[in-house]
Design a protein around this ligand. Structure first.
Ligand code: SF4
Length: 471
C-alpha cells in the first residue's frame, strides 16, 4: 500500500495499537529543559521509577537563562531553582546535561540538530511546542506536556492518536528579500492559526527543496502556529550532508544502515493525503504581523485588512488591533519600532545572522532602538565571530548577547516593556508573550535588520543593494 512520509515513520515506531484508542509510539530522542522537566522528575521519584533510556535523553538549559553575564549566578530565584533541578536530576539519572556555561549549551531546538541528535526518520519529543522544528529532517517531532515528559522518561514511549495528513506544496521562485520565515508566515496567514488543527503537515515543492536545512527548520518550527501537530520535509542530499559526521550521528556501518533507511523516507507517488494545498511562491513578499496571533500577518507593502476580510469575530479583531494600537487600513511601513529581537529557535541560526548582517553592513543602528541579537547556541555564536559578522555588527553599533531563548518569551530577563513595539524574529505575538503589555510584530531577520537601522517598519527590499549579499 502506498504510504506518505509521515505514515512510514509513524508505522515504524508503533509498539502497540490500542483498539479504538491511541497508538503507543516508541520515541527515539527525548529533549528536556529546565521548565517542563522538574515536575516530571518529581513524579518519577515519588513512584521510585528510573529513566528507562538515559542515553536517548538530552538536557539543555534555555528558557530561563540570562543572555548576558552567564558566568554570574542567576539572580531570579525561580529560574535558579529550575536550572539547578535540571542539573541535579540529569546527574542523578545519568542524562547528558548541557547547562549554563557548558560549551554545548543552547536552545533545545538549535543544539539538537547541531550535534546530530536530530536524525531523519526518528521520533523526537520535548516539552516545548516548537519541537516541530526537527521535522525539517524528515523526523516526526512534536511538543508534549509535563505528564507526557514523565511517561517518556519512564517508558520511552508515548500514547498518541494518529493525526490526519496534510501536504502543503509551494512551488516557484521566491522574490528578492523573501526568506523561509516569510514563506511560513504567508502559509499561516492563509490557513489561520487553526487551519491545520488535527493534521501533521508535509511540506513539498521546489521552494522547500531549494531551502537550506536552517530554512527548513524555520518553516517546520512554525507549523505549530497554524494548529498542526507538527511539520516535516522529506530528507534529501541537503539533509544527509547536514547530518553526516555530527557528534551523535551514526558512524561507520551504522551510517550505511541509517543511510539506506533515510533513502526510503519519501512519500510514495500515489499516496493520499486527507488535505492538500498548493501555493505559488513567487507571489510571497516579506511578511509582517499586525495583530496578536501569528495568523494575523500580511505582505509588508499591504494594508491592515478590515474585520470583514478576515476570519474570526469583529470584536476579537478590534480587541487585537486595539492592543497593538493599529487600525484597519493602516500601512505597517513607517510604524515606530522600539525593540528588535533576532533569535529564538525560529531564527537564531547562523543563516539568520548572515541575513541580518547583509542589511546592516555599512549602515548604523537607529537612535532610540534597542536591539537584542541572541544566537541560538554557542556554535552559532562562534560562527558569527569566525565569519567576521561580529566585526560588521560592531561597526554598525550592535552588540551580541549569549545563547538562550531570550525575548521569545517573558521567562528570563529579556522582556519587552509594556506598550513598546518589537519587531521580533521569534514565533509568537500573543498579548504579553514578550513581556506584560509588549507589542510584537513577527518578521524575518531581513525585516528586523531594516527596522534596526531605520527605527521604523521598513521594507527590506528598499535596502538591498545586491541580491548576491542575501542568503
Ligand atoms: S526559543 Fe521560544 S519557542 Fe523556542 S524553545 Fe525557547 S521558548 Fe520555546
Amino acid at each position: 500500500m502506498s504510504k506518505t512520509l509521515f505514515d512510514k515513520v509513524w508505522d515504524t515506531h508503533v509498539v502497540r495499537k490500542i483498539e479504538g484508542g491511541p497508538d503507543v509510539l516508541f520515541i527515539d530522542r527525548h529533549l528536556i529543559h529546565e521548565v517542563t522537566s522538574p515536575v516530571a522528575f518529581l513524579g518519577l521519584k515519588s513512584r521510585g521509577i528510573k529513566v528507562l533510556y538515559p542515553e536517548r535523553t538530552f538536557a539543555t538549559a534555555d528558557h530561563n537563562t540570562p543572555t548576558i553575564n552567564q558566568h554570574l549566578p542567576v539572580a531570579d530565584p525561580l529560574s535558579a531553582n529550575q536550572l539547578k533541578a535540571l542539573e541535579s536530576n540529569s546527574n542523578e539519572y545519568g542524562i547528558s546535561h548541557w547547562g549554563l556555561g557548558h560549551q554545548k549549551n543552547g536552545i533545545v531546538h538549535v543544539v539538537g540538530p547541531e550535534y546530530g541528535i536530530t536524525q531523519p526518520g526518528a521520533t523526537i519529543v520535548c516539552g516545548d511546542s516548537h519541537t516541530s522544528t526537527h521535522g525539517a529532517f524528515g523526523a516526526i517531532a512534536f511538543g508534549i506536556g509535563t505528564s507526557e515528559v514523565e511517561m517518556v522518561l519512564s517508558t520511552q514511549c508515548i500514547m498518541q492518536p494518529k493525526p490526519k495528513k496534510m501536504r502543503i506544496n509551494v512551488n516557484g521562485k521566491l522574490g528578492v528579500g523573501v526568506t523561509p520565515k516569510d514563506v511560513a508566515l504567508f502559509i499561516i496567514s492563509q490557513l489561520t492559526t487553526s487551519g491545520a488543527t488535527g493534521y501533521f503537515v508535509e511540506y513539498a515543492g521546489d521552494v522547500f527543496e531549494n531551502m537550506t536545512m536552517e530554512g527548513r527548520m524555520t518553516v517546520c518550527n512554525l507549523s505549530i502556529e497554524m494548529g498542526a501537530r507538527g511539520g516535516m520535509i522529506a530528507p534529501d542530499e541537503t539533509t544527509i550532508n547536514y547530518v553526516k559526521g555530527r557528534e551523535f550521528s551514526p558512524k561507520g556501518e551504522a551510517w550505511d544502515k541509517a543511510l539506506a533507511y533515510y533513502k526510503t523516507l519519501k512519500t510514495d507517488a500515489d499516496a493520499v493525503f486527507d488535505k492538500e494545498l498548493t501555493f505559488d511562491g513567487s507571489t510571497i513578499e516579506p511578511m509582517i504581523t499586525y495583530g496578536t496571533n501569528p495568523g494575523m500577518g500580511m505582505g509588508i507593502s499591504h494594508e491592515i485588512p478590515n474585520a470583514d476580510q478576515v476570519e474570526g469575530g469583529a470584536a476579537t479583531y478590534a480587541k487585537s488591533l486595539g492592543y497593538m494600537g493599529f487600525h484597519e487600513g493602516d500601512s505597517m511601513i513607517g510604524k515606530k519600532v522600539d525593540f528588535v529581537f533576532v533569535g529564538s529557535c525560529t531564527n537564531g541560526r547562523i543563516e539568520d545572522f548572515r541575513a541580518f548582517t547583509s542589511i546592516v553592513k555599512g549602515r548604523h543602528k537607529a537612535d532610540g532602538v534597542t536591539v537584542w541579537l541572541v544566537p541560538g547556541s554557542h556554535i552559532v555564536e562562534a560562527q558569527i565571530k569566525e565569519e567576521g559578522l561580529l566585526d560588521i555588527l560592531t561597526e554598525a553599533g550592535f552588540t551580541l548577547r549569549q545563547p538562550g531563548c531570550s525575548a521569545c518569551l517573558a521567562m528570563n530577563d529579556d522582556k519587552i516593556p509594556a506598550g513598546k513595539y518589537a519587531v521580533s524574529t521569534s514565533n509568537r505575538n500573543f498579548e504579553g508573550r514578550q513581556g506584560p503589555g509588549s507589542r510584537t510584530m513577527l518578521a524575518s531577520p531581513l525585516v528586523a535588520a531594516a527596522a534596526a537601522v531605520t527605527g521604523v517598519v521598513t521594507d527590506p527590499r528598499t535596502l538591498i543593494e545586491s541580491i548576491k549579499e542575501l542568503v
